[in-house]
Design a protein around this ligand. Structure first.
Ligand code: ADP
Length: 476
């Protein structure tokens, strides 16, 4: 099959979150299965010059955005069997950020979505399936159905839209979006593009795609409810027959403790001695007390409400009363950077926090910690808990979304499980499960070793999920 991914970020070129990991890892796996896979992303300034130097200019054309005609250059790079296209317009993407600050996100991603469709005949690539990811690509299925499908070139193209995070929907004024995309008044009813008085790119993707997927079976169930549905649950329930939950994998080549060049020392399930070395070096580098017997809990991720940080805020004092250390790496809301900056001073030698996008340090935390804490309010899939499992770092998570599908709580009676979990979004439930984990660490270390071994031998590859995507494509 000919498959085109459209995504606003993709590893290794540009990444702010899990979407980039998914696009970057799934595409080569599909290519390996023999499909012709191409990926389109915006040509951001943030893309490392190392990659920019390897790109080849293909062609350029003008994109009509309402009354504007905007230049679009297409750069191309081939890697691991996948063809990557980068849509280049300095006005929209030549900025020192990926998302957000300019107030014209609707125009940047309208440009992107229209340019994707316009580029296809020029590149002489007619995909069987366009697989659009998250709201930034939401207008691709919509424009295709509304404005392009009557043209022979486009008439047979089918679309899949994947929700990586329903919280981010791309909500803008209708007038503004009409101004750039020229979508007539008749399209702005609640069964089409209108959403609570606004334009909503995520909704556009959900209404007009042929199939919808999200990144774990549990999240696929959850988003049909009002609690998790982010005001789109009614629409999602209406499209339930076309909705599939496909669990993400991780790049098991990049995240491999046996070969990872970013960690202090490599180790494997068979020989874990060097995991202790990683912990010691990490403690040293982060200014934590160097003690192999103090359990170290890591957190890596965006510092936002989604990640359950208000629970951590609520009981941090109680956690710190335990014989424990914490290491936090993330960027995000000032509320939480303030919290952890304060805590680093308050619990000197016991808690360390770094506020940066630092892939090397992230790997070191996954390798060096004993536990990984992820008490998310909601979690479409979550990659961090799978990475932790692979590094023998025992996850402590809330049972929601993909966390529920990947982490099974240790059961004392039948000795099953690969981590520790709690169900209710409640700080003291989280606290007691952390305390439970710490008791095993100090009193029954063999249980922790069993959980580590089980985590490290799990299959987190894309093999199974890629096959499920192929099935969905074939059905369309
Ligand atoms: P989300 O997509 O909600 O941000 P995921 O768990 O699905 O969360 O994916 C987050 C990815 O980004 C993981 O690979 C994680 O290690 C990485 N990550 C998040 N924050 C940072 C950071 N500050 N530095 C390095 N890597 C980070």
């Amino acid at each position: 099959m000919k498959i085109l991914f459209t995504a606003s970020e993709c590893v290794p070129f540009v990444k702010t979150g899990g979407l980039a990991d998914v696009a970057g890892a799934l595409a080569p796996v599909l290519a390996k299965l023999g499909h012709d896979v191409r990926v389109v992303v915006p040509m951001y300034t943030a893309i490392d010059s190392k990659w920019q130097h390897q790109m080849e200019f293909q062609l350029h054309f003008d994109v009509q955005l309402g009354w504007r005609r905007q230049y679009c250059g297409v750069q191309m790079l081939r890697k691991d069997g996948v063809t990557y296209y980068f849509l280049d317009n300095k006005y929209y993407f030549g900025r020192p950020y990926v998302y957000g600050l300019g107030g014209d996100e609707y125009e940047r991603y309208s440009f992107f979505c229209r340019a994707v469709l316009d580029a296809l005949p020029l590149l002489d690539f007619k995909p069987d399936v366009i697989h659009a990811h998250d709201w930034q690509s939401g207008m691709v299925p919509a424009l295709l159905k509304i404005q392009y499908a009557h043209l022979p070139f486009y008439s047979k193209i089918r679309t899949v839209f994947t929700i990586h995070n329903l919280q981010y929907q791309g909500i803008f004024g209708i007038k503004e979006v009409q101004d750039v995309l020229g979508l007539g008044d008749g399209l702005w009813s609640s069964d089409k593009l209108e959403c609570f008085g606004c334009a909503n790119f995520m909704k556009a993707g959900l209404v007009y795609s042929d199939a919808i997927t999200t990144v774990s079976p549990s999240y696929a169930e959850e988003i049909t409810t009002a609690y998790y549905g982010e005001r789109l649950d009614g629409l999602i329930r209406a499209r339930k027959d076309s909705l599939f939950g496909v669990l993400n994998g991780i790049d098991i080549g990049e995240y491999n403790p046996e070969t990872d060049p970013l960690i202090y020392a490599n180790y494997s399930q068979k020989d874990m001695t060097n995991k202790a070395k990683n912990k010691a070096m990490l403690q040293h580098d982060l200014g934590l007390k160097e003690d192999p017997d103090v359990p170290l809990i890591a957190m890596v991720g965006r510092l936002t409400n989604q990640k359950g940080l208000d629970l951590v805020d609520c009981v941090l004092g109680d956690v710190m009363k335990e014989n424990v250390q914490m290491a936090v790496l993330g960027m995000g809301d000032a509320q939480y950077t303030n919290l952890f900056s304060w805590a680093e001073q308050q619990y000197r030698g016991k808690l360390a926090a770094r506020f940066a996008m630092d892939h090397g340090l992230a790997h070191k935390l996954y390798a060096g910690a004993d536990f990984f804490l992820m008490p998310s309010l909601f979690e479409p899939c979550g990659l961090s808990q799978m990475i932790s499992l692979r590094y023998g770092t025992v996850p402590i998570v809330r049972e929601t979304g993909g966390l529920r599908d990947t982490v099974l709580s240790y059961n004392d009676y039948d000795q099953t499980g690969n981590g520790f979990t709690f169900l209710n979004y409640n700080a003291h439930d989280m606290l007691s499960v952390i305390q439970r984990a710490l008791v095993y660490y100090t009193e029954q270390r063999d249980v922790i070793h069993t959980l580590q071994a089980r985590g490290m031998s799990g299959d987190y590859s894309w093999t199974h999920s890629a096959a499920e995507y192929v099935k969905i494509y074939e059905k369309l």
